[in-house]
Design a protein around this ligand. Structure first.
Ligand SMILES: Nc1ncnc2c1ncn2[C@@H]1O[C@H](COP(=O)(O)OP(=O)(O)OP(=O)(O)O)[C@@H](O)[C@H]1O
Length: 367
């Protein structure tokens, strides 16, 4: 839906900020532009709303060359969020958010209603709407920035390093919020970040840009981790990409049936690790039935570590298995036991589905 065709931007001093960029941002998802400082991310983003004009090439929005549309008209459908929110300090939150619909020519009543709706969408209260930006935390100010971008009912929202100025916990909340908003509203988000973790967390598609403003790779997070196009991308994506890739694979691991007992129920000596569940079948923990038998005492029940929801990522399944005292990870659906998986079973499923390579068999080993 946003298509860059051979787009180059050379600034007046000769700097080539973007070099022959061609890519297609899909409609209704999050596309992230990521790369080291100065690689042309911001320039690329700003060409989408014509804050910067390409030197050559063209950009199409829904098949239409944006250079043919008056910039002001184009921007009506494109929200814009910047680092530090860029709020007017002497205007209340509500007035700040109203600026966008007012610029669109909406009357005060309609602009106010749209602003209030946008403020609620980003999780701010009516009380906070009456305050001035300085009376809010950094994370809340950033929410106001997002609300302002949404108030004009855009189809596309551009975000330039929107969360880089907030602490990691707030950042995580804001990332989740942006993902939720994108899904609820069906908008297309194009986001710039220099943080590969943020790109991998949020991006449906990621454009890794390299020095000199050229596109190094345009791919999904899973593809980027599995098959970085070159050394630059491999370095940028990071050394532990094998582990990170686990988050993006949801292998079909056969779940084994697991017998459960209740506290007070008798077990035979030497049963090994037995899963304890309550009367509704909700798993509660493991009990090690080694040198004893008889009724299970509550104080012998050990928590099971993490639990995986059915259909979870390989990372979650492995984590459940590795953190379980029995080595068997508990898989649940709506809190009810489905069964258990071991780390070996998760890895075997990963191999079967081609998510991880199968090591060549050593001599004497049966395949
Ligand atoms: N108005 C301008 N005039 C001249 N050169 C510019 C201008 N704006 C940006 N540049 C240069 O173009 C290149 C790309 O800049 P841009 O801001 O697009 O990169 P970026 O990837 O967003 O960087 P950062 O992560 O540091 O913000 C840089 O070398 C920058 O110095």
């Amino acid at each position: 839906m946003i298509r860059f065709e051979d787009v180059t931007k050379r600034y007046a001093d000769g700097t080539v900020a973007v070099d022959d960029l061609s890519l297609e941002v899909p409609r209704g998802g999050i596309t992230v532009l990521v790369g080291p400082s100065g690689c042309g991310k911001t320039t690329s983003l700003r060409m989408i709303n014509r804050m910067v004009e390409p030197t050559s090439g063209r950009i199409l929005l829904e098949g239409e060359d944006i250079s043919r549309r008056p910039a002001a008209q184009l921007r009506r459908h494109i929200g814009y969020v910047i680092q530090h929110a860029g709020l007017f300090p002497h205007r209340t939150v509500l007035a700040n958010v109203m600026t966008v619909p007012r610029l669109l020519g909406w009357d005060r009543g309609k602009a106010r209603a749209a602003a209030i709706e946008a403020i609620e969408k980003v999780g701010l209260t009516q009380d906070q709407a009456k305050r001035y930006p300085a009376q809010l935390s950094g994370g809340q100010q950033q929410r106001v920035g997002v609300a302002r971008a949404l108030a004009g009912d855009p189809t596309v929202v551009l975000m330039d390093e929107p969360f880089s100025a907030v602490d990691p916990i707030v950042r995580g909340d804001l990332q989740a919020e942006v993902r939720r908003l994108q899904q609820d509203l069906g908008i297309t988000i194009v986001m710039v970040t220099h943080d590969i973790d943020e790109a991998l967390t949020l991006g449906d598609k990621i454009a890794v840009m390299g020095y000199g403003g050229h596109l190094a790779q345009f791919a999904s997070p899973a593809e980027l981790l599995a098959e970085p196009a070159d050394d630059f991308v491999a370095d940028f994506v990071g050394k532990d990409r094998g582990y990170r890739a686990l988050s993006f694979a949801a292998p079909d691991v056969p779940v084994r049936q697991e017998r459960t007992v209740r506290v007070g129920e008798s077990v035979a000596a030497g049963s090994g690790w037995v899963l304890v569940a309550d009367e509704e079948g909700m798993p509660q923990g493991w009990v090690d039935v080694a040198g004893w038998g008889g009724p299970v005492p509550a104080e012998k029940v050990r928590r099971f570590g993490t639990v995986a929801e059915a259909g979870a990522s390989a990372r979650t399944l492995l984590d459940a298995a590795l953190s379980s005292p029995s080595g068997r990870g508990v898989v649940v659906e709506d809190g009810h036991l489905v069964g258990t998986v071991t780390a070996d079973e998760v890895l075997a499923a990963m191999r079967r589905e081609g998510h991880v390579a199968t090591p060549p068999g050593r001599p004497g080993e049966t395949p």
